[in-house]
Design a protein around this ligand. Structure first.
Ligand SMILES: Nc1ncnc2c1ncn2[C@@H]1O[C@H](COP(=O)(O)OP(=O)(O)OP(=O)(O)O)[C@@H](O)[C@H]1O
Ligand SMILES: [Mg+2]
Length: 357
C-alpha cells in the first residue's frame, strides 16, 4: 500500500488552483510536475492534453509511480473546469459501505446516526472533477452506481428516494490489469468499457529511455535547492546502471533513490551502484511485485515456499493497513475466518496496533 496515499478529501475542493502557465518548450508540462521527452511519454501526454479539452470521463492507467495522479490533476487544470473543485478520493482507503457513503452521501435517517443528510463527494465536486484513485477497489455495488452516474449524471444518496444530478467529470486511475479484474469478476466489464473510451496509458519508466537521466538531473537539482547545496552531477559510470535498472516503482522509486544517494554523496558527484537497492523495497513491497529474491542454492520447493511467505506477509500487511487495524474486517475482505486470519498475522509477527489511526 502506498503510504503517501491515505484517504484524502477536500470538501471545498481545490478550486482556483490554476497553475503557472507552462512554458512553450519541450517540457511544456513541467508546470504540472510532468517531465519527459521520450516518445512513449510524449504520446501519452499528447493524448492527455486532447482529453483535457473535452469534458469526457477519463481512465488513467499505469504502474505504480508513473505519474497517474499528476496526469489527473493536469487534465483538470488544463481544462475548462480548472476554477472548480478537484476532489481526490482513494477508493482503496475505506471499507465498501463507507466509501459509497463518502461518494454519494446519505439522506437524513438513512441509518441510525444519520441525523442530517450529507452531500457526498460527487455533490461536493459540482462543476469540477472527481479523481477516483485505485478505482478497482470500488465495491461491485459502487461500480453499478458509478456506471449509472457516468452514463447520465444521476445518482442516489444512501437511503435517498429521489435521484440527484451533478455535473462532475470523473477521472479514474488504476495500476491494475483490467483484463484480469474483469475475468475474475472483481470489476464490471460494462464499467470498464465505459471508462476505457478515453484511456491514457502511462509508460513504465524502464520504457522511457533517457527520461531516466533527465529525471535524475531534475531531482538532483531539486534536492540541491531544498537542502541549500550546489547541484551535484551524476557520476558517468552510474549512467548505464540507471538505464539498466527496471525501476519497478517508476518515478517515485527514482526520486527516492536519488534522494538517498544525494544525501550520501561525498563531494559534488552522486553515484548509483549496481544493483540499485530501492529505499523501502525490502520493507513490504510498495509495488507489490518488486520482490528481488535470490534463488541460488535453493531447491524449487524451498524457493516456492519463500515466494509464498513473502506474498502472504505483504498481503496481510496491506489488508490490515487498509482496514486500519480492524482484524475482522480485514479477514472478511480476504475471505478468511477471523481466527485463521489472526493466526496468520501472528505467524508473520504483524502487529495490528501499528496500523490503527
Ligand atoms: N513525469 C514525471 N516527471 C516528474 N515527476 C514525476 C513524473 N511522474 C511522476 N512523478 C513523481 O513521481 C511520484 C509519483 O507520481 P504519482 O503519485 O502521480 O504516481 P501514481 O501513478 O499516482 O502512483 P501510484 O499508483 O503509486 O498511486 C510523485 O512524486 C510525482 O511528482
Ligand atoms: Mg496515485
Amino acid at each position: 500500500m502506498s503510504g503517501s496515499h491515505g484517504h484524502r478529501r477536500s470538501p471545498a475542493g481545490e478550486a482556483g488552483g490554476a497553475r503557472a502557465a507552462p512554458g512553450a518548450d519541450g517540457d511544456a508540462l513541467a508546470g504540472f510536475g510532468l517531465l519527459g521527452r521520450s516518445p512513449a511519454f510524449i504520446a501519452a501526454t499528447n493524448l492527455m492534453r486532447r482529453f483535457a479539452q473535452t469534458s469526457a470521463h477519463v481512465l488513467v492507467q499505469g504502474e505504480t509511480g508513473t505519474g497517474k495522479e499528476l496526469v489527473a490533476r493536469a487534465i483538470h487544470y488544463l481544462g475548462d473546469r480548472r476554477y472548480k473543485p478537484f476532489v481526490p478520493v482513494n477508493c482503496g482507503a475505506l471499507p465498501d459501505n463507507l466509501m459509497e457513503n463518502e461518494l454519494f452521501g446519505h439522506a437524513r435517517g438513512a441509518f441510525t446516526d444519520a441525523r442530517e443528510s450529507q452531500r457526498g463527494l460527487i455533490g461536493g465536486a459540482e462543476g469540477g472533477t472527481l479523481f477516483l484513485d485505485e478505482i478497482e477497489c470500488l465495491s461491485l455495488k459502487g461500480q453499478v452506481a458509478l456506471l449509472r452516474f457516468l452514463q447520465d449524471g444521476h445518482y442516489r444518496q444512501l437511503g435517498g428516494h429521489g435521484d440527484l444530478r451533478a455535473d462532475v467529470r470523473v477521472i479514474a486511475a488504476s495500476n491494475q490489469d483490467f483484463g484480469e479484474l474483469v475475468r475474475s469478476g472483481r470489476f464490471r466489464q460494462d464499467l470498464y468499457y465505459r471508462l476505457a473510451i478515453m484511456a491514457v496509458d502511462l509508460p513504465p519508466l524502464r520504457r522511457r529511455g533517457n527520461d531516466i537521466l533527465l529525471l535524475i538531473d531534475h531531482f538532483l537539482a531539486r534536492f540541491a535547492r531544498e537542502y541549500g547545496h550546489p547541484a551535484p552531477r551524476l557520476d558517468a559510470a552510474s549512467v548505464p546502471v540507471a538505464l539498466a535498472h527496471p525501476w519497478p516503482g517508476n518515478v517515485r522509486e527514482l526520486e527516492n533513490v536519488v534522494h538517498r544517494q544525494f544525501l550520501l554523496a561525498e563531494g559534488d558527484v552522486v553515484r548509483l551502484d549496481a544493483p540499485i537497492e530501492s529505499p523501502g523495497a525490502a520493507a513490504g513491497g510498495e509495488a507489490g511485485s518488486g520482490w528481488n529474491i535470490d534463488f541460488s542454492g535453493m531447491d524449487m520447493k524451498l524457493a516456492k515456499a519463500e515466494v509464498i511467505a513473502r506474498f502472504e506477509r505483504d498481503y496481510l500487511e496491506q489488508a490490515i493497513a487498509l482496514t486500519r487495524g480492524n482484524v475482522s474486517l480485514a479477514a472478511q475482505h480476504a475471505g478468511k475466518e477471523r481466527r485463521a486470519f489472526g493466526k496468520l498475522l501472528k505467524k508473520y509477527g504483524i502487529d495490528r496496533n501499528r496500523f490503527q489511526v
